[in-house]
Design a protein around this ligand. Structure first.
Ligand SMILES: Cc1cc2nc3c(=O)[nH]c(=O)nc-3n(C[C@H](O)[C@H](O)[C@H](O)COP(=O)(O)OP(=O)(O)OC[C@H]3O[C@@H](n4cnc5c(N)ncnc54)[C@H](O)[C@@H]3O)c2cc1C
Length: 351
């Protein structure tokens, strides 16, 4: 009987596993262990909040995780008005696959880690504990645990199993990778209300150019292609894609959309809907919620753990909810036009 089974070893799951050193923990992730076995599309930008969370853990980022170039500004484009502004940014440009593997490498040996292990079913037993069924190397296996920590991302099986009625606003993120051909690499943020009420982005990474966006599910691929076509007029160079990826991305639309779990089931990171609705930045929330859950668990399961976890994540949830207030200025075309035209906080590029 494990104390906790952690499902998913993204930033949230790996951090929780690291912080539960000494406890009887089982970690399951469907990712294949070899580098490159990573499938989740990501911009791979480490925002200041995530940097601060790592600083709190006294962790420093290894050089192997970084990619070139490091970018200091974002080119913001509004395709509905043709306005373009540059804003200073403080992101770290990194290889997301290597970042996740580095976090996994910090999991202490007291935890049992199973990679290439896809969880297919979770049930609550009569005694209140859980049976988790997973498939590893074609073999179906089961494990028993007192608690389940769902760190399995946007499309969380844990959330769907135990909270099937819980809805969180979601989009389909489509991302392609191309050989970099731009003379000067850049990071961009694109608003294009004709294709999506969310946003799109591009970033250069180690000789590759990544372009992605979050779209309503209907016609997401066609919207993505139409946007690429429109961006060619703004000097974007695409060419033949080296890789095409897509996944669900959550964008909570209100306080009640966060889902922390109950009765021995805990959700952390994006599985809990903890992601910025304005920028879709989710790594910091994954790290913070994992820390808060680790602090909340006691020797035996009980309702007090859930109360502690809810209290511990209150500030984070307020912060994410607060970002909803910022959304109109970014996503309402007339307000965005006003903000961009004003030039407030923008920087002038001198060539
Ligand atoms: C296209 C895109 C770009 C993004 N760019 C950024 C960015 O630049 N910066 C940023 O901060 N955030 C970004 N985000 C958000 C960020 O990626 C997520 O919010 C963050 O990864 C959440 O971390 P997590 O650990 O909660 O979940 P995830 O990172 O999604 O990890 C979930 C883990 O669970 C595993 N898993 C899932 N289901 C199962 C199962 N059934 N069995 C076993 N294992 C399972 C997966 O393999 C994965 O390892 C982006 C999101 C998208 C979609």
């Amino acid at each position: 009987m494990f104390d906790v089974v952690i499902i998913g070893l993204g930033p949230a799951g790996s951090t929780l596993a690291r912080l539960l050193a000494g406890r009887k923990v089982l970690c399951l992730d469907k990712k294949a262990p070899q580098p490159g076995g990573f499938e989740k599309p990501c911009g791979g930008l480490l925002a200041p909040d995530a940097q601060k969370a790592l600083a709190r853990f006294d962790l420093t980022l290894p050089k192997s995780v970084l990619v070139a170039p490091q970018l200091f500004s974002v080119r913001t484009l509004d395709l509905s008005t043709g306005l373009c502004r540059h804003y200073q940014r403080f992101y770290v440009n990194m290889d997301r696959d290597k970042f996740d593997r580095w976090l996994m490498s910090l999991i202490p040996s007291s935890a049992e880690v199973k990679e290439d292990a896809r969880v297919t079913n979770i049930t609550r037993d009569a005694d209140g504990a859980f049976t988790v069924t997973f498939v590893q190397n074609g073999q179906t296996q089961t494990a028993h645990a007192k608690r389940v920590a769902g760190a399995d991302g946007a499309d969380s099986l844990v959330r769907r199993t135990f909270f099937p009625a819980h809805q969180i606003r979601s989009y389909v993120a489509v991302q392609q990778c191309f050989k970099e051909t731009h003379k000067s690499p850049f990071y961009s943020c694109i608003f294009d209300p004709a294709q999506t009420d969310c946003y799109s982005w591009s970033v250069s990474k180690d000789g590759y150019f990544i372009f992605g966006g979050a779209y309503p599910a209907q016609d997401c691929r066609a919207r993505f292609e139409r946007q690429k076509q429109a961006l060619e007029k703004y000097g974007f160079q695409f060419g033949a894609p080296v890789k095409t990826e897509a996944c669900r991305v959550l964008r909570p639309a209100g306080w009640n959309e966060f889902c922390l779990g109950e009765k021995g089931v805990f959700l952390i990171g994006e599985a809990a809907g903890l992601i910025s609705p304005s920028s879709l930045e989710g790594i910091s929330s994954a790290l913070i919620s994992a820390r808060r859950l680790a602090q909340s668990l006691s020797a035996e399961p009980g309702a007090e753990e859930h109360r502690r976890y809810a209290r511990g994540t209150f500030g984070l949830r307020v912060k994410l909810w607060g970002k909803l207030l910022k959304c109109p200025f970014m996503y309402r075309p007339f307000l965005r036009k006003y903000v961009m035209k004003s030039g407030v906080q923008s920087i002038r590029i001198i060539r």
